[in-house]
Design a protein around this ligand. Structure first.
Ligand SMILES: [Zn+2]
Ligand SMILES: [Zn+2]
Length: 256
């Protein structure tokens, strides 16, 4: 059993072929998927998916790369998160790679999400790219550790992973860990304890080897588990089992 802790199955590439997406999940023993919000405008689609599929969970939040969309308030996020299938706040964070210039608005938006997560006691899904130092600084300033959460699609150094784990965060690895040139990331994965680890696809992006270049989907998360298993000298089933337990500990214990 495997769980995809981060996917975007509401995006057109996947939303158009959901029966196939769920078929492949079943076939590959991917029991659950967490569908991640990137804009409030698209949140109703995600909530509808979570409400109509027992094995789909939802998050609520606004992605740091999205400039032209409505800006969430703490109160709004807390209100939208008040639903049993909404198990996380995000994705949020900082991205100095995709966007440049004065990004104070991105930092403000990140602070808003952390405050909302603390207020509704639901974990954060954090995206960080070329901004690790500021991401950790804001997490500390806003006491993100009170909410906990996951550093998703992790591509930073072991030092960054350790700093996040010290705040109680989990580290989630995507298909990038299977890429031929991802030598440094595999070293990070070797050092992060399985007990602090999640796996994800970030689909429709970042399809793992052997599907690289195609549209990614939650069923492919087993290939991430296989690579982690290879790195750690375990079976893919063990990696699936432990990361699934981590998923439920992080995302569903806060709900009850
Ligand atoms: Zn992301
Ligand atoms: Zn994402």
């Amino acid at each position: 059993m495997y769980i995809d802790s981060h996917c975007h199955i509401n995006f057109p590439d996947l939303a158009d072929k959901l029966p196939e997406v769920f078929d492949l999940m079943r076939h590959n023993q991917v029991s659950h998927a967490l569908c991640i919000s990137v804009e409030l405008e698209r949140f109703p689609d995600i909530l509808a998916l979570a409400e109509s599929h027992p094995n789909v969970y939802a998050s609520v939040g606004v992605h740091p790369d999205h400039e032209d969309c409505s800006e969430p308030s703490v109160e709004q996020l807390v209100a939208l998160a008040d639903h049993p299938k909404v198990v996380a706040i995000g994705e949020t964070g900082l991205d100095y790679f995709r966007l440049t210039g004065d990004l104070e608005w991105q930092r403000e938006r990140f602070r808003t999400h952390i405050r909302a997560a603390r207020a509704c006691r639901k974990p954060l899904v954090i995206h960080t790219r070329s901004a690790a130092e500021d991401t950790l600084r804001l997490m500390r300033e806003e006491l993100a550790g009170e909410a906990g959460g996951v550093m998703h699609c992790f591509t930073e150094s072991l030092a960054v992973a350790e700093a996040a784990m010290e705040m109680g965060f989990y580290i989630s690895f995507s298909g990038i860990v299977t890429f031929k040139n991802a030598v440094a990331l595999r070293e990070v994965a070797a050092a992060v304890p399985l007990e602090r680890m999640l796996i994800e696809t970030d689909s429709p992006y970042l399809a793992p080897v052997p599907h690289r270049g195609r549209t990614n989907q939650p069923g492919y998360v087993m290939h991430v588990a296989e690579e982690i298993a290879r790195i750690k000298g375990l079976s893919a089933e063990e990696v699936g089992e432990i990361t699934s337990q981590n998923f439920f500990r992080l995302f569903t214990s806060a709900v009850h």
